[in-house]
Design a protein around this ligand. Structure first.
Ligand code: URA
Ligand code: SF4
Length: 199
């Protein structure tokens, strides 16, 4: 995996990054996915959130968090007092990873190599968005930003300093969607969002 670096125009505007991301072939994921799903939101933005990778709906529509995880995120934002229109939303990996089961496309967690390959895009997004805080949603995003040995369960709800960046840590909205005890998982997610955006 060569990585995204050779496709990333460094030091350029968000618009230039967004345009260039469409042609990225930094790992194999572009081959089967429909399109690159780049981050979206105001630039600059005080708050930036990083998910895992686009899902089935995001892959088809070309926008971040428009499927089931996005609906959960919208509900949690409302409960936590987060304004989505003022938040820059992106993912650690910009192409959908899946396996086909009949007509269905089943999401698969991106491999470490793909997360590393895609990181130059996220690094440049952080540079242009200049967030006051970056909130990582789930283990894939957390490890992308904080390193592969980071343990999400030991730090959820916390705000950490990492290489000059303030990083808020919480779970992925899909884990809330799938939770056995939905109300408990939802309330804990909302509490994390409140805690990290206050600090
Ligand atoms: N899950 C993510 O991590 N990101 C999206 O954009 C959608 C679902
Ligand atoms: Fe490039 Fe990232 Fe897509 Fe891989 S997943 S092709 S590195 S944009």
């Amino acid at each position: 995996v060569a990585g995204a670096a050779q496709f990333v125009p460094e030091g350029k505007s968000w618009a230039a990054l967004h345009a260039a991301s469409k042609g990225c072939r930094g790992c194999d994921l572009f081959q089967d996915a429909t399109q690159t799903v780049f981050g979206e939101g105001p630039v600059p933005a005080r708050l930036m959130m990083v998910g895992e990778c686009p899902g089935d709906r995001e892959d088809t529509d070309g926008h971040v968090f428009v499927g089931p995880a996005g609906r959960l995120l919208d509900k949690a934002f409302e409960a936590a007092g987060v304004d989505r229109s003022k938040t820059y939303l992106t993912n650690a990996v910009k192409h959908f990873r899946f396996t086909e089961r009949g007509k269905r496309r089943i999401h698969q967690t991106p491999r470490r190599g793909e997360v590393v390959a895609c990181f130059p895009w996220l690094r440049e997004e952080i540079r242009v968005v200049q967030p006051r805080i970056v909130v990582v949603l789930g283990a894939v995003a957390a490890k992308a930003v904080l390193g592969p040995s980071f343990k999400l369960t030991e730090h959820r709800g916390e705000v950490l300093e990492h290489e000059g960046l303030r990083v808020g840590v919480t779970v992925h909205p899909s884990s809330v969607v799938r939770a056995e005890n939905f109300t408990e998982a939802f309330d804990a997610f909302v509490a994390d969002l409140k805690a990290v955006q206050k600090s």
